[in-house]
Each structure stands twice: as structure tokens, then as C-alpha cells.
Ligand binder design. Structure first.
Ligand SMILES: *[C@@H]1O[C@H](CO)[C@@H](O)[C@H](O)[C@H]1NC(C)=O
Length: 304
């Protein structure tokens, strides 16, 4: 078993220990890596992918709003937990039975900061997603009462994967303010202190078991590689991401100490994704540098 498989196995073991009750309920927050269709409900959003050939390898072969040909990481984890992948929140905002079974708030183009991805016109920022979870909790409380609603929220598992767009569709865009206003260190500290507040709010709303997905090597995605003369990964971008991942791990330790019964864990996806980029054929991939192109569009945004 390779080191990465061991890491993954340990991750699923921790998941299994978190998922003690019979029916696991999950609430997912994030960006295009986990969006299962919320942006289809945002009329003016430019961060959409409900057209071919998205979904060609998904059940039924149709586009669903997932930014992929197949399943998202959330879909795969749901399957491992033995549950159906929760629906997009915006498809069921008033359906209490659905809310009780878990929903997904993730939105392509979203970030930790409000203004991340602003040129997509509409997307649910992490704050928006947390506000929708607050509404979810209020609806559940009205239905099953205070005590049961609290227990329900305490027992659920929360998946969060956010932050990539704060770099790709904010800090690294020279025409947006944040890249000019902050140094890389200041920007990272802004992200971490904002996340500190956001995770604390989630905790106050009842979240206890939280899995935070670290960022992958964003310097290696096509939209960044094209900035290097030889198409190589951008080392400075990868270095910023490693620093972000290291700071978020420290924040998670701090929150676990500060918040009673909090059980946050960090899922370190960076080395796994890098391994895939370095050894694509071992995992059945042929091309790792090419940006996907869509028949009817001049270009496709590689990372929303
Ligand atoms: C986003 O905007 C709202 C409303 O102006 C504000 O209350 C909130 O603090 C902002 N969040 C972030 C992360 O900047």
C-alpha cells in the first residue's frame, strides 16, 4: 500500500468513527469541486455547466450542474458512507424531509471572501452558504423542536472545501483589487481569520464534526501553467497554497482546543493531487496539462 493510500484509508477510518449513527447526515459547503447543481438555480450566474459534455460519465449521461464529466468527490464519499449524495440546497429549500437528510450548499465560483468570483455575477459565497444552513436549522427546529434540532446538527457531518477561488478567481487576477491591495502573507492571513469566524459560526449553529479539505496544487492547473513559458507548474503559487494549508491546519488545532466537543479534521488533498499530476498514467489519465474545451464555447474556465 502506498503512502497516499494509507493516508486515504486513515481518512476513511476517521470518517467511519465520526459516522457512528445508523443513518449518516451530511451537509456540504464548497465551490465547483463539490457543487451538485446549485448554480443552475441562480438565473444570472455565469459559473454554470449544465450543457454537454458535462455529465457524460454520470448516471444517465446528462449534465446535472456538476463541474465534471462524472461524480464529484462528495458523490464518491457519500457512496462510501452508504448514503445517496445530498441534493443541491436550492432545489429543496422548503422541503423539511430533504433538509433533515442532508443537503449540499456548494456553488461553483464561490470563495471564503464575498468578492471572490464576482465576475460570475451570481454564486453562493461561503457566507451565503452558512446563511442557508442557518435557515435550514431554523426550518428543522420549527419541525422537530429545539433539543432534537440541536442533536441533529451535532451528529451530522460537515464537508467543507473552499478557498481555491480566493486564489484563482480573486488574488491571482491582476485586475481585481485584492491582488494589489495585499501581499501573499496578508491575503493568506485575511483568509484564515475569515475562516476562523466562519467555522465558529457553523459551530454555534451546531456543527461539531467538520472535515475541511485542504487546497490542491493550484499552480499546476492549466490556467496557471499557461503563465509559464514552458507550461510548468507555478512554484510560487504552489508555495502560497502549501502555506495556506499549513495555516489552516493550525487553525483547526486551535478550534479543536477552543470549542468544546468540536471535532474538526483536515483532509490533506495536496499530496494526493500532486501524485496524480506527476503519475497520471498510473491512475488512468492521459492528459494533465490540456484545458478542456467545449464545442460551443471558445474556452472553458478550468477552475471555478
Ligand atoms: C460579506 O458581506 C456581508 C454583508 O455586507 C458582511 O456582513 C460579511 O461580513 C461579509 N463577509 C466577508 C467574508 O467579508
Amino acid at each position: 500500500m502506498s503512502m497516499h493510500r494509507v493516508v486515504f484509508a486513515i481518512f476513511f477510518l476517521s470518517l467511519a468513527s465520526m459516522a457512528s449513527s445508523a443513518q449518516v447526515v451530511t451537509y456540504t459547503f464548497g465551490d465547483s469541486l463539490t457543487d451538485v447543481g446549485n448554480n443552475n438555480f441562480l438565473q444570472f450566474s455565469l459559473a454554470k455547466c449544465n450543457y454537454p459534455w458535462y455529465g457524460i460519465d454520470y448516471n444517465g449521461g446528462q449534465a446535472t450542474g456538476r463541474f465534471t464529466n462524472g461524480r464529484t468527490i462528495g458523490d464518491i464519499i457519500s457512496e462510501k458512507l452508504g448514503i445517496t449524495s445530498p441534493p443541491p440546497y436550492l432545489s429543496v429549500p422548503k422541503n423539511i424531509d430533504a433538509l433533515l437528510k442532508g443537503v449540499n450548499y456548494a456553488s461553483g465560483g464561490a470563495g471564503i471572501l464575498n468578492d471572490t468570483g464576482l465576475y460570475f455575477i451570481e454564486r453562493l459565497s461561503f457566507d451565503d452558504q452558512i446563511n442557508y444552513f442557518k435557515k435550514t436549522k431554523e426550518a428543522i427546529r420549527t419541525k422537530i423542536g429545539d433539543e432534537d434540532a440541536n442533536r441533529h446538527c451535532n451528529e451530522a457531518i460537515y464537508f467543507i472545501g473552499i478557498g481555491s477561488n480566493d486564489y484563482i478567481n480573486n488574488f491571482l487576477q491582476p485586475f481585481l483589487a485584492d491582488g494589489q491591495q495585499y501581499t501573499p502573507d496578508e491575503f493568506r492571513e485575511l483568509l484564515i481569520s475569515t475562516l476562523d469566524e466562519q467555522l465558529t459560526i457553523l459551530y454555534q449553529l451546531g456543527a461539531r464534526k467538520i472535515i475541511f479539505n485542504g487546497l490542491g496544487p493550484l499552480g499546476c492547473i492549466p490556467s496557471q501553467r499557461v503563465k509559464s513559458k514552458t507550461g510548468q507548474c507555478l512554484k510560487h503559487v504552489n508555495e502560497w497554497i502549501r502555506q495556506f494549508n499549513s495555516k489552516i491546519q493550525k487553525l483547526i488545532k486551535k478550534l479543536n482546543r477552543r470549542l468544546p466537543n468540536a471535532k474538526l479534521i483536515f483532509a490533506d488533498t495536496y499530496p494526493l493531487v500532486l501524485e496524480l499530476i506527476n503519475n497520471p498514467t498510473a491512475y488512468g489519465f492521459k492528459y494533465i496539462v490540456l484545458q478542456c474545451r467545449h464545442k460551443y464555447r471558445r474556452f472553458m474556465l478550468a477552475k471555478l
